[in-house]
Design a protein around this ligand. Structure first.
Ligand code: T1G
Length: 689
């Protein structure tokens, strides 16, 4: 199917019909090409093309990108539409993105519904428009708008598209409006490709190059899209089209596009595990224990869904603090235009803050977001047991602590799970859903149901110290501290990882979250740490000397006020002194070695997480590292990146490191298995399958 058509009088009606979003595959392209010939044979005076359902067309079917391009190619189909003596009108009923927008741009006219969007977001998949978007858009909306739209990949609303000339009209029923267009008027509209290209504008080109480099550092597609648009200013249309196509095909085969397509589909595959049939608890009323930064963020996120929310604190002072924290978030929502005053009022009406636990007695789910101490959490769960209905689900937002131990403080551990949010909890997309040994399917289903409501990216995790993300992050930080001892310093490490694609290096991140968190975790681990495992005390000394990070005005960097960070030479002296105490011969360490050691450390730890069944798949680890820890999306996440290097090569490098330090660098059996059997991590399945 994918293209249906019929005619009434001299009007042809063509519908793009490939649920759920009319992605443009081979059959749709063939259907469109047939429709051009059909319209000419039927001697129609117009063809109106629209989308079935909520979308016009979401763009080329990205699932086809892994294989060779299949004829008929979209640029040729659009060429046929544009050159046909029967003019086509695009009745844009919903999102027209990528190839969907290019279909519309090749039509003689474009009429959109008020809720329609039109965009060329191809760079978000690591490619550029491959069916005329780089050449047609600028002929309609001018160079500046086309550059922004294509290099940054941001779609625009119908009214903005009309304002810049991309569409002719906005109508509630674009199909009907298209049928009413005067035939002579329609015949007079010049086909897009015959419009003159805009005048060259070096300033506009230079500005967008800088903006794209700042917004999407390290990414190739934005730069190449600008190149093709710029070339089109002086090339004949069809010569520029050839350059566009060649560039698109080259990028489609590239690592960055494969990585970005992997992330696109991985994000959409993040759902409850197959076979989880249990019905979730009722989420119309949710309780949150603790109104600190995390608790307030979680409460605000749930309030924004329209849920009734009770925030529990342990005394009146805590209640006031919680109220202030949530009010701050409401005020920010209003100032950013996400909430109007009535919305803010409605949200306040749904909020109760109390130091009486019984207030939350009828909530279907309670999320504990209190101080990161096992004693505090066990006490809270004991109190919750007293007041909550037996079928209420109890979740802990702990970042590291043992969910099974917390669950044991409830008479019914089956109703306990971990819901690990990431700060700021109402913004960060990742939600680690931690299944304890006794967590029931119903409790788990409740976690996934909440994630879906909050539009989070849910990832199932098993119980271990730090689950998936924090365990990888701890190994990352541990190796970074070893690099300090061996000869580097925080700013060199941060620079090296920013060059890799992180927005922030590990030391700037540490200063942001507070060095006391890591310190507390290391003290908790003191009793069980392998005495033969190399231990670097620099971070401990920082905390002991009050250098807690941004909140103390000094950490790995100094924060003199005004938001900026400055290098503090004292840190280097401290590191040199600690290396002296540890009798370490320091040496020059360059950015490549920093990146290699840190990335290999994370890959090895992640492989063990996979092998121990803490993560269900390499893809889940990619989601965690990208959505929770800033791993560059255009590298596809940690495990996709590992596969792009090749596991055999990774194992070879690890053997050298393992020879130097067999405890720290013990090679994961998962990596050895994949290397020996020529498997990618993406296809690794635990023996449990
Ligand atoms: N290809 C294949 N599948 C797609 C798809 C696409 N382009 N877009 C969506 N899907 C699937 C998606 O995987 C999910 O599948 C289902 O549709 C619903 O999507 C030649 C080369 C349109 C705004 O970058 O931004 O055109 O999980 O969950 O939240 O120049 O999908 O149900 O099995 O996201 O309502 C350019 C990508 C392609 C737009 C709808 N186009 N899509 O959001 O639903 S390259 C894009 C989106 C191109 C041309 C070039 C969103 C959406 P499943 P969803 P949604």
């Amino acid at each position: 199917m994918s293209v249906t058509r019929y005619s009434e009088g001299r009007t042809g009606f063509v519908t793009l019909d490939n649920p759920p979003v009319n992605a443009i595959g081979k059959s749709m392209r063939a259907g469109l090409l047939d429709a051009v010939a059909w319209a000419e044979t039927e001697n129609l005076d117009r063809v109106i093309v629209t989308g079935a359902g909520r979308a016009f067309a979401a763009g080329a079917d990205a699932r086809e990108f892994d294989g060779a391009a299949l004829e008929p190619f979209l640029p040729d189909v659009l060429d046929a539409i544009e050159r046909s003596f029967v003019p086509w009108i695009a009745a844009i009923n919903g999102v027209a993105l990528g190839g969907g927008a290019e279909i519309a741009l090749a039509c003689r006219m474009r009429i959109a519904s008020p809720r329609a969007q039109i965009g060329l977001p191809e760079v978000t998949l690591g490619v550029i428009p491959g069916a005329g978007g780089t050449q047609r858009a600028m002929r309609l909306c001018g160079l500046g708008t086309a550059l922004e739209m294509i290099a940054l990949g941001k779609p625009m609303r119908a009214r903005d598209a009309k304002a810049v000339g991309l569409i002719h009209a906005i109508e509630d029923d674009p199909v009907e409006a298209a049928d009413l267009v005067n035939t002579e008027e329609l015949q007079c509209v010049v086909p897009t490709w015959e419009l003159p290209a805009p005048e060259p504008d070096k300033a506009a080109i230079g500005a967008i190059r800088a903006k794209a480099a700042a917004r999407m550092p390290g990414q190739i597609a934005p730069r190449r899209a600008i190149d093709v648009i710029e070339a089109g200013l002086s090339l004949p249309f069809h010569a520029a089209m050839k350059l566009e196509r060649t560039t698109f095909l080259e990028l489609k085969e590239g690592e960055q596009s494969r990585a970005l397509r992997h992330m696109f589909f991985a994000e959409r595959a993040a759902k409850a595990p197959a076979g989880l049939e249990a019905a979730p608890a009722d989420l119309s009323k949710i309780a949150v224990v603790g109104g600190g930064t995390m608790g307030a963020g979680i409460a605000y996120g749930c309030l924004s869904l329209g849920q009734q929310v009770v925030v529990l604190e342990h005394d009146a002072e805590g209640v006031d603090r919680a109220a202030a924290n949530i009010e701050k978030l409401i005020a920010k929502g209003v100032s950013r235009g996400r909430l109007d005053q009535s919305g803010a009022e409605a949200l306040r009406d749904r909020l109760t803050i109390s130091d009486e636990y019984a207030t939350a007695g009828d909530a279907g789910l309670v999320i504990e977001a209190a101080f990161e101490s096992m004693e505090v959490k066990r006490d809270i769960f004991g109190k919750l047991d007293e007041v909550m209905a037996p079928d209420a689900v109890l979740a802990t937002n702990t970042s590291y602590l043992d969910v099974d131990q917390i669950a044991a403080s409830s008479r019914d551990p089956s109703r306990v799970l971990g819901l690990h949010f990431f700060a700021p909890a109402h913004i960060m997309r990742l939600l680690e859903i931690v299944r304890g040994a006794k967590t029931s399917d119903r409790a788990l289903a409740t976690g996934f149901a909440l994630a879906k409501l909050l539009k989070k990216v849910p990832v199932l995790a098993g119980v271990c110290d730090g689950f998936i993300g924090n365990r990888i992050f701890s190994r990352y930080k541990e190796e970074a501290d070893m690099l300090l001892m061996d000869g580097s310093n925080p700013w060199e490490v941060d620079e090296a990882m920013e060059a890799f694609g992180y927005a922030m290096g590990p030391y700037e991140v540490g200063d942001l979250s507070g060095l006391d968190i890591g310190y507390a975790n290391r003290r908790r681990q003191d009793a069980t740490r392998d005495p033969n495992r190399r231990y670097v005390p620099i971070a401990d000394r920082m905390v002991q000397e009050g250098r807690l990070g941004r909140k103390a005005g000094v950490g790995w960097y100094r924060y003199p006020g005004g938001g900026g960070k400055v290098i503090d030479p004292l840190i280097e002296d401290m590191i040199v002194e600690e290396a002296h105490f540890a009798k370490v011969e320091r040496r020059e360490i360059d950015g490549d070695e920093i990146r290699e050691r840190l990335v290999l450390a994370m890959i090895n730890e992640a492989a063990d997480i996979l092998g121990e069944g803490i993560a269900a798949s390499a893809r889940d680890i990619d989601l965690v590292t990208v959505f929770g820890y800033g791993f560059p999306r255009w590298r596809g996440g940690l495990m996709h990146h590992a596969d792009s290097i090749g596991v055999a090569q990774i194992v070879e490098k690890l053997r050298v490191l393992e020879a130097a330090n067999p405890v720290i660098w013990k090679i994961s059996p998962v990596l050895l298995d994949c290397a020996e059997n020529g498997k990618a991590l993406a296809e690794w399945q635990s023996a449990a399958g």
